[in-house]
Ligand binder design. Structure first.
Ligand code: PLZ
Length: 446
């Protein structure tokens, strides 16, 4: 076995982006793979470590996307690599519901102790965020004996049939893929930047709108669960106004509704708390995790009060690969990294640098309508200067400019006008500042 040395944490371009080898490989990509797959950054990756991606032409690219918020502990984090190698040599698969193994149990113990709430909790593991959301809904419906699910405008929960129905945005996620699952009700989200009402009373007004809709149009006693991202991810890093999540959580409790936090994108230190709901001391009945849990291996979890998780009949939950032993080994390595390297504090430190620098850019460039997010999860919303009209052209121009200079940034937003930053939480200050200087150039070049 060859051992690879870690890549130097610096940006280095040796060809245009994409270089000749990537161009050739991308030609093969388009011949071999479905045209239905998107492509955010047109290079082919050879290796990666921490916050640097090395492409097959030898370019070193700064990763401000973490594979959509996954590699918070860094690409190929050492503790993840070591545990995965040990596990893959020990055994690769048995199926946890056929012959169990310790890794699955240990990851669930970690989830039960790390998630908010002092009550007894239990967990299951599955393969993806969407599968975890599906299971959360199954369990909530089974426990409450109710069917309606309340979700929010601008929300994103996945691409499977049920989770498409839970997701707000039609294009590209839902277009042509219906029919969608029934008993899903979408309610208004207090998106403060675009809120037409009074900013001073946004929380109260939004709660009134949401609870009015639930009470009058659905009937609270028919609602199994309210499902919400504590900071909406794909929708454009929309942070609910202070007090909104606590009020929603209280309304759920008062009405026997399961409050589910979808922490797939926000979880595991990303926002400067282990889980984003902690920011306002919200304790969800159920919490869905994925992405950052396992340092890049496919793993997701559903964690809830024990009585909710135990309400399901034996064999009502499962799946061939859910909680695969290699993914569990990776998760134990990732969680150990988060704890030992104190990545919660590190995410706050990144948040300071990101926030200060993005706000300084906002003061210079009126194309930035708003800077928002928390910790290592922040974004800029781009507008026609002086208005709130979405500026998709600016988003595209900025991402393209960053690309050409070797900085990977991702986009988001219902109006396709948000550039988002989700760096590995282990990114060095120098590398982050270098990436932000490229972003500044991109804005200046508009
Ligand atoms: N819930 C809050 O952010 C995944 C989607 C990328 P899966 N977000 C990235 C894309 O284009 O498909 C996500 C999320 C929230 C659920 C999911 C779904 O997680 O692991 O992609 O299924």
């Amino acid at each position: 076995m060859t051992t690879l040395t870690a890549l130097t944490q610096e940006r280095r371009l040796v060809t245009a982006i994409p270089g000749p080898k990537s161009l050739e490989a991308l030609q093969r990509r388009s011949e071999a793979t479905s045209g239905g797959l998107g492509l955010a950054f047109p290079v082919v990756v050879e290796r990666a470590s921490d916050a640097i991606l090395l492409d097959i032409d030898g370019n070193q690219i700064i990763d401000l996307g973490s594979g959509i918020g996954v590699t918070g502990v860094g690409n190929s984090a050492q503790r993840v690599v070591d545990r995965v190698i040990d596990q893959v040599q020990a055994f690769t698969h048995t199926c946890f519901t056929v012959a169990p193994y310790m890794g699955y149990i240990e990851v669930c113990e970690k989830l039960n102790s790390l998630t908010p709430g002092t009550f007894k909790k239990k967990s299951i593991l599955v393969n993806s965020g969407a599968e975890a959301v599906e299971n959360a809904i199954k369990i909530a419906r089974n426990y409450t004996k109710r069917q309606a699910i309340v979700v929010f405008e601008h929300g994103y929960h996945g691409r499977t049939n049920l989770t498409m129905a839970l997701t707000a945005k039609n294009m590209p996620y839902k277009e042509g893929f219906g029919p969608f699952a029934p008993e899903i009700y979408r309610v208004p989200m207090p998106y403060s930047f675009h809120w037409v009402g009074d900013q001073a009373t946004i929380t109260e007004d939004a709660i009134e709108m949401v609870t009015h809709k639930i009470d009058k149009e659905i009937g609270a006693h028919n609602v199994a669960a309210i499902l919400i991202e504590p900071i909406q991810g794909e929708g454009g890093f929309i942070v609910p106004p202070k007090g909104f999540l606590p009020a929603l959580s209280k309304y759920s409790t008062d009405n026997g509704i399961i409050f589910i936090a979808d922490e797939v994108q926000t979880g595991f230190a990303r926002t400067g708390n282990m889980f984003a709901v902690e920011n306002e001391n919200v304790v969800p009945d159920m919490i869905v995790t994925a992405k950052g849990i396992a340092g890049g291996l496919p793993l997701a979890g559903v964690t809830a009060r024990a009585e909710i998780m135990d309400s399901v009949h034996v064999s009502g939950l499962g799946g061939t690969y859910g909680g695969n032993p290699i993914a569990c080994a990776a998760a134990l390595g990732a969680i150990e990294t988060i704890q030992e390297e104190n990545l919660v504090a590190r995410a706050n430190h990144i948040g300071q640098i990101l926030g200060d620098s993005l706000r300084a850019m906002q003061a210079k460039y009126p194309v930035i309508g708003e800077v928002r997010g928390r910790g290592a999860m922040q974004a800029i919303e781009l507008v026609e200067p002086g208005t709130k009209t979405p500026n998709t052209a600016a988003m595209n121009a900025i991402t393209k400019y960053c690309q050409s200079k070797g900085v990977l940034v991702l986009t988001a937003g219902t109006y396709s006008n948000v550039v988002r930053f989700l760096p590995p939480i282990v990114i060095t200050d120098e590398l982050l500042k270098d990436a932000l200087s490229v972003l500044d150039e991109a804005l200046a070049s508009l």
